[in-house]
Ligand binder design. Structure first.
Ligand SMILES: [Mg+2]
Length: 137
């Protein structure tokens, strides 16, 4: 099976390294970007063939809100799981993030386990349903 490809976007190299390390350890393929513009260039270079985006909100050039809104405008990425990783705890940021199309929102700092659980949950929605569905035959 192909490795799931996750794009990690943050202007903090520390966060990018931390998140990449955790994801690679779990066997995910990681593409990193330093802001929304860099992310859009890399996603386009990959022909849009990605499985998830994990993004910061406050970044230079193109911020996370714009990145998410741009992705959602593309039919190919209507269902793409997008997780926001932000140090903004305010509910306004969260609401705005979800409004522009994010799937999920995690506040920094976070435990790697929390992120990995969320990633797995969003990438394998069928698996969770299957586990709860004890089929007799
Ligand atoms: Mg930032």
């Amino acid at each position: 099976m192909d490795k799931k490809k996750i794009v990690v976007v943050d202007d903090s190299t520390t966060v990018v390294k931390f998140v990449s390390f955790a994801l690679k350890n779990k066997g995910y393929q990681v593409v990193t970007a330093c802001d929304g513009m860099d992310a859009m260039e890399k996603i386009s270079a990959l022909d849009g063939k990605i499985n998830m985006v994990i993004t910061d909100l406050n970044m230079p050039n193109v911020d996370g809100y714009t990145l998410i809104a741009t992705l959602r405008n593309d039919v190919a990425h209507k269902e793409l799981p997008i997780i926001i990783l932000s140090s903004e705890e305010g509910s306004e940021d969260k609401e705005r993030g979800i409004e522009v199309g994010a799937t999920s929102y995690l506040v920094k700092p976070f435990r790697p386990d929390t992120l990995l659980l969320e990633v797995s949950r969003l990438l394998n929605p069928d698996k969770i349903i299957a586990n709860n569905n004890h089929n007799a035959d």
